[in-house]
Design a protein around this ligand. Structure first.
Ligand SMILES: Cc1cc2nc3c(=O)[nH]c(=O)nc-3n(C[C@H](O)[C@H](O)[C@H](O)COP(=O)(O)OP(=O)(O)OC[C@H]3O[C@@H](n4cnc5c(N)ncnc54)[C@H](O)[C@@H]3O)c2cc1C
Length: 437
């Protein structure tokens, strides 16, 4: 038995870790059958309990990391489940191909990206990760293999995309990449001073800009100020580009501080400084894709900064019609509770429905905030935020969740009833026991 944590480091739980290193299906079939019930574990970048199975089996798939095929003519890539998005980008970007959708870190596995149907900064153009998956090869714990895709056994495909690992073990994924003119983006930043300005900037940017996202000062005054960013891939000559932006040697947080560095005394001044510094910044810059898409990947283990009690992330999506009002209410609650974080993101999702039965993105606005775990005060705040989300008919993101109540899950994910039919009875997770079983 070994202790395993998820990204939020809210606690450690003992697991029987089964390291999978042989992708041959017969071998996998055998290992899985020997360790039931179990759960697949990718790279543990889910914040809550989606990737945990305390006191049970954990099938670690990170070492199943081979590329099976890549066609540089059409961008079709076939790989094993444990391949990191970072490995894909390093292989394909020099050839002019890129993953169409990537989240805020590239340190996640392909199967993890499928199982949470992750989204990025370009949802209004490219949708979510699953929109670019052509085929999933799924091994059920009874030994059956299911090949599914948008046009083949599409019901299994819809259940597995965003299915938080509960429909079977993903053994292979086929993806369709997109072309990019270079590894660089032209990025424009604009300060905003309240939420209506944020929505106006988003509406204006979406038709012309592929990537839109904003940092929001959740503790600042008014109805929410922040820095809005819009970016498009740029055509550049390699030589003319400043190399200073390329990935530097990653820094590491060497220990867990005895208390969280992120607390009510550090946050307000930090947010103030960040806002005013960025406000002054040059409006338009050229940025390499790595610092633009994955600003925190260069600081390994930054999650340790929250100290021994760990932290929660609260990510909601609220339908567009009531998005401004509900976001404003949530920010008011957060300010009044004197909690909140530096890492706060506000962004709109495009007007497109996700394929996955339990996929998170839906048309609307998504707010994601980190909160140091201060026990009851933090959980009490979440209950107040839950009421706003519930009333606005929104939902919370499973990849980030560690505590939402069942009724909110059921209300936010109406296709749950349909999903249940595709569950693999040999798979169980802390999240499935908390929300479904
Ligand atoms: C800094 C940071 C930024 C992030 N930004 C974003 C963002 O912008 N957008 C976004 O959508 N998400 C974001 N995330 C969340 C992250 O993308 C997801 O939680 C992702 O699923 C993590 O992948 P993983 O490989 O670490 O998988 P894990 O967290 O280990 O597992 C995730 C799920 O995948 C399942 N799984 C893993 N392998 C398999 C397999 N072989 N077969 C079946 N199921 C499997 C697990 O059972 C689990 O349910 C962010 C996370 C971090 C830490």
């Amino acid at each position: 038995m070994r202790s395993v944590r998820s990204w939020g480091r809210l606690g450690e739980a003992k697991h029987r870790v089964v390291a999978l290193s042989n992708a041959k299906e017969n071998a996998l079939r055998h290992v899985l059958a020997e360790s039931l019930p179990g759960l697949a574990y990718g790279n543990g970048r889910s914040y809550g309990d989606a990737c945990l199975n305390p006191n049970g089996n954990l099938w670690q798939s990170r070492d199943l990391d081979h590329f099976v095929a890549f066609d540089p003519e059409n961008g079709c890539l076939v790989c094993e489940p444990g391949v990191l998005l970072k490995d894909i980008m390093e292989l394909t970007v020099p050839l002019g191909w890129m993953l169409p959708v990537t989240p805020g870190t590239q340190m996640i596995t392909v199967a993890g990206a499928v199982a949470n149907d992750v989204h990025g900064k370009n949802h209004h153009v490219y949708g979510s990760f699953g929109d670019h998956v052509e085929r999933i090869r799924l091994l059920r714990t009874d030994g059956e293999i299911i090949e599914c895709g948008p046009t083949v056994r599409s019901d299994w495909f819809a259940a597995t995309l965003g299915g938080v690992g509960l429909t079977g073990f993903i053994v292979q994924v086929t993806l369709r990449l997109r072309r990019v003119p270079s590894a660089w983006l032209e990025v424009e930043s604009k300060p905003y001073f309240d939420l209506s300005e944020f929505f106006a900037l988003s509406d204006k940017a979406e038709p012309d800009w592929e990537n839109t996202v904003s940092w929001i000062d959740c503790l600042g005054g008014g109805s929410g100020r922040g820095i809005f960013m819009q970016a498009n891939f740029a055509t550049v000559e390699g030589d003319t580009v400043p190399s200073t932006q390329l990935a530097r040697k990653p820094k590491k947080i060497p220990f867990v501080p005895p208390v969280s560095f992120i607390n009510r005394w550090s946050l307000k001044p930090f947010n103030n400084i960040y806002f005013w510094l960025n406000r002054q910044k040059k409006e338009r810059i050229l940025s390499h894709y790595q610092p633009f898409f994955y600003p925190l990947d260069n600081l390994h283990d930054w999650n340790k900064l929250y100290g021994p009690s760990g932290f929660y992330q609260y990510q909601s999506v609220i339908p567009r019609e009531v998005g401004q009002e509900a976001t404003s209410e949530m920010l008011r609650e957060i300010r009044q509770s004197d909690q909140g974080s530096f890492l706060s993101v506000l962004k709109t999702f495009g007007d497109r429905r996700s394929v996955g039965m339990l996929s998170f993105p839906e048309p609307g606005v998504t707010l994601a905030l980190d909160f140091p775990n201060r026990g009851k005060v933090t959980l009490d705040l979440f209950e107040r935020l839950d009421s706003i989300v519930r009333q606005a008919r929104g939902r919370l993101y499973l990849a980030k969740d560690a505590r939402m109540p069942r009724d909110l899950f059921q209300a936010g994910y109406p296709r749950l009833v349909e999903f249940i039919k595709y569950r693999d009875p040999g798979i169980s997770s802390a999240m499935s026991r908390r929300l479904i079983d």
